[in-house]
Design a protein around this ligand. Sequence first.
Ligand SMILES: O=C(O)CCC(=O)C(=O)O
Ligand SMILES: [Fe+2]
Length: 311
Amino acid sequence: MSIPVVDFGAYSLSEKHVSDEQLQDLSQELKAAFTEMGFVFLKNTGITEEEVDRVMDVSKKFFLQPDEVKQEFSRNTFAGCPNHGWVSLETERLNPRRPGDLKESFNTSSLDPDIRWPSSDTVSGFREIHMSFFQHCKELSLRVMRVMAHSLGLDPEVFVSEHQFIGTNMNGTTLRCLYYPPVNTERVKEGQVRCGEHSDYGSITLLFQSSEGLQVRTRSDEFICAPLIPGTVLVNIADLMQRWTSDRFVSVLHRVLLPLAGDSSTRQSLAFFAQPDDKAVITCCDGSDKYPPVLSGEYLIERFKDSYGQP
Ligand SMILES: O=C(O)CCC(=O)C(=O)O
Ligand SMILES: [Fe+2]
C-alpha cells in the first residue's frame, strides 16, 4: 500500500475554472485516496517549490535564534488567538502517552493587521512570506474541499461554506512551520520521538516537507514511510472531516520518529491545518447519527487540552 499521487493541474491555483469533466475525474481520484488511505500527494497545485523554500528558509532563521528572542512571540500571548505564536521544544505531545515532541513550531492563525510579527533583520520578510503562503494554502484547501464534496455527491460548497473566517479569531485554521532540531541521542527520554502518533483535528491538512521522516498508518495497521516527492503537497483528512463524512473519508494516525543514531540532521515541515469556523456545527453529512453534532471551536479546544496538557 502506498500514498497515491494525483495531478491537480486542472484545478490548480492558476486555473480560474475547472470543467465538469475534469472535476469528475479529480473527484474520483480524491475519493479513492481519502476513502482508502486518508492521504494523497497532489502535484501541479500552483504552490511552487520556490515558495515553500522561502517559507522554510525564513522560518529556520527564526528558529535558530535564542529562546529569549522567540519567547516574545510565544503561543498563548496573543489576545483573542490562543493558538497563534511560537511553541518551544517538548511543549506539545501529539501522543499524550509519550514525552514532549522534539520539535518547535511557529503557528500562524491570525492575519489581523494588528498582530505582532517577528520583524528583525535576521528574519526579514517573515510577515509577508507567511501571509502570502497562508493565503495560497487557504485557497488550495478550499479547492480540495470543493472537490471532496462533489465526490460524495454533495453540494460542492457544503464544506467550504463553513470555512468563511479563516485567518480571523473566529476560525482556528493554523499554518504551522515545524522545526525538528538535531537529536542528541544521549538526552532523549524513553519513548520520546519527534512527533508522536496522532490524527489531525480539523477538516484537512496540507503538508510540505523538507525531508523524509513522516510515517502513516495503513488499513492493515502498519506504518509506512511517506516518500519525499518534490513539488507535491501531501493532503490528509483530519478528524472533524471524518465525522462530517460519517467515516467515508478516513483520518489516520501518523508520526515522525527519531532519525537513526548518529544522524544529526534537522527536519522542517509546513503544515496548514484547515479547520471549520468556530461556530460551525459539524453533523454527519449523510443525515445519520453516527456521531453527535459538535461545535468546531469547542472540539478544537478539547484537542489542545490533550496535546498541551490541561491549562
Ligand atoms: O512534520 C511532519 O511531517 C508531520 C507533522 C504533523 O503531522 C503534525 O504536526 O500534525
Ligand atoms: Fe499531523
